[in-house]
Design a protein around this ligand. Sequence first.
Ligand code: RBF
Length: 160
Amino acid sequence: MATSLKNLSDYNSDQLPDISGKRFGIVVAEWNKTITDALCKGAYETLLTHGAKPENIHRNTVPGSFELTLGSQYMAMSNEIDAVIALGVVIKGETKHDDYICHAVAKGLTDVALKFNKPVIFGLVTTNDEQQALDRAGGKHGNKGVEAAVTAIQMLALHS
Ligand code: RBF
């Protein structure tokens, strides 16, 4: 979550390991597509910046954030993928759908990570309105996709 103390795109690149041999899966929800595309761009470019090869970054889309769990499991179960980054944007509406989706995704991604013993990163932007989401997808609070990619790299380093 972006706060006044943390910009989502700020990190210390000195401490990140070489990832030239690592393989990544990015799963992107199509709800709020303009914003999730910006998250995906942030994640993809961050992986490239730190040495990942384009051919080692695989991207799949799922219809909505609720489907990120199974989409991530399809990626995680592959021996060709070392870490998965799940990206979505859930915006509050008139009903409590956002609560149900966010809890299901948080629990689901945790389960997939533990089942396959691989980093599966929670790159879900959960906001009260569209502007807050834009602020976290390359706007004034940085880009959650960048933060998610950095988290994936850091988690890979823990287990190498
Ligand atoms: N998916 C999202 O990724 N973000 C949303 O903000 C979002 N809002 C939804 C609101 C409602 C009322 C419904 C029914 C679905 C919403 N979804 C959203 C889609 C959801 O993640 C899933 O794709 C569908 O519910 C089909 O399982």
